[in-house]
Design a protein around this ligand. Structure first.
Ligand code: UD1
Length: 329
């Protein structure tokens, strides 16, 4: 019995694959290497280069390796890019997910874990967002993911199939053993960009919007360490195997940090001022996204181990320093 991880050569997926192989699990990674890197995949996993939306390929892998769970990380993740090219996002997120779910159902895979997003919420208030709130994504990215949640919900009703959709808040940081981390030189994540600036690889950090209705005028996000996020997936896997019903859960810490808070944290970590440039808002960005994280704690027994912004920033910065030396950049 094995676990199929799509996008297992990507940032979060590669951390998941290490966690699974460290625990002795049998893992098949499916990744088309469009943004992922082969070198980030644990040697203890089988690697297949290909598309998660290729039904024939996926049903073949399910049969060949006795896949019992699919963890679906593959997808496009940059909010402003989705505003500029929505069709690409609906193709690569929604359409691919539909094909993958079809392959799962056809192949008899009963458990499915899906990387959803906090951007399914509108993010117009400072209150923590509970899963019971109405959704209202403001970007095509958020919509492309919400449509996948709906497909999963319908399929769990219609077929012998259960899923957990984890709505990620803002994931950052890297593997404590330095084996993997956020490796795309074109990454747009705030903490990644701030690390590149701190190392002098990028001249300054743009602050996208200083006129939000937040305490200091900059966007507020709930930053969560990738290792805590991976632990939520490991628990979701056990939950589904033990027969838990289909569920949607937020993954965040329940408190927010502004762009300026992140800059201050990076300055504490490096002991140096960070060059910044204030600019206009970025398309598709909500002002606040902070999780109400009670459900994931209650249902999965999740207890985060890295709930500290400086710790997350230090971890991301350490990986960025290492990145040149391991040749992923
Ligand atoms: C991120 C994820 C998305 C996830 C979502 C959940 C990426 C690329 N996207 O989106 O997949 O679903 O979190 O909340 O990781 N900012 C700056 N300057 C920068 C970069 C960002 O000011 O150079 C600001 C943004 O305007 C925003 C905040 O920092 O207010 C976070 O932005 P970013 O790290 O890009 O993540 P999200 O767009 O929130």
């Amino acid at each position: 019995m094995s676990i199929l991880v799509t996008g297992g050569a990507g940032y979060i997926g590669s951390h998941m694959v290490y966690a699974l192989t460290d625990a002795g699990r049998d893992v098949v990674v499916l990744d088309n290497l469009s943004t992922g890197a082969r070198g980030l995949v644990s040697d203890a996993a089988r690697f297949v280069e290909g598309d998660a939306g290729n039904v024939a390929l996926v049903t073949g892998l399910i049969a060949k390796h006795g896949v019992e769970t699919i963890i679906h990380f593959a997808g496009s993740i940059v909010v402003p890019d989705s505003v500029a090219d929505p069709l690409a996002y609906y193709a690569n997120n929604t359409v691919v997910a539909r094909s993958l779910i079809e392959a799962a159902v056809k192949g008899g895979v009963k458990n499915f874990i899906f990387s959803s997003t906090a951007t399914v919420y509108a993010g117009e208030s400072a209150d923590p967002l509970s899963e019971t709130l109405p959704t209202g994504p403001v970007s095509p990215y958020g919509r492309s993911k919400l449509m996948t949640e709906w497909m999963l919900e319908d399929c769990a009703r219609a077929y012998d199939f259960r899923y957990v959709a984890l709505r990620y808040f803002n994931v950052a940081g890297a593997d404590a053993k330095g084996r993997t981390g956020q490796s795309s030189p074109r990454a747009t994540h705030l903490i990644k960009r701030a690390s590149q600036v701190a190392l002098g690889r990028v001249a300054h950090l743009d602050i996208f919007g200083t006129d939000y209705p937040t305490a200091d005028g900059t966007g507020v996000r709930d930053y969560i360490h990738v290792s805590d996020l991976v632990d939520a997936h490991a628990r979701a896997l056990d939950y589904l195997r033990e027969g838990g019903p289909a569920a949607v859960m937020n993954c965040g810490y329940g408190h927010g940090a502004s762009v300026r808070d992140v800059i201050a944290s990076m300055e504490r970590v490096t002991g140096r001022p960070l060059p910044v440039k204030e600019g206009p808002r970025r398309a598709g960005d909500p002002p606040w996204l902070v999780a109400d994280a009670r459900k994931v704690r209650d249902v999965l027994g999740w207890r985060p181990q890295h709930d500290d912004l400086d710790k997350i920033v230090r971890s991301a910065y350490a990986w960025e320093q290492r990145l040149n030396s391991v040749g992923h950049n």
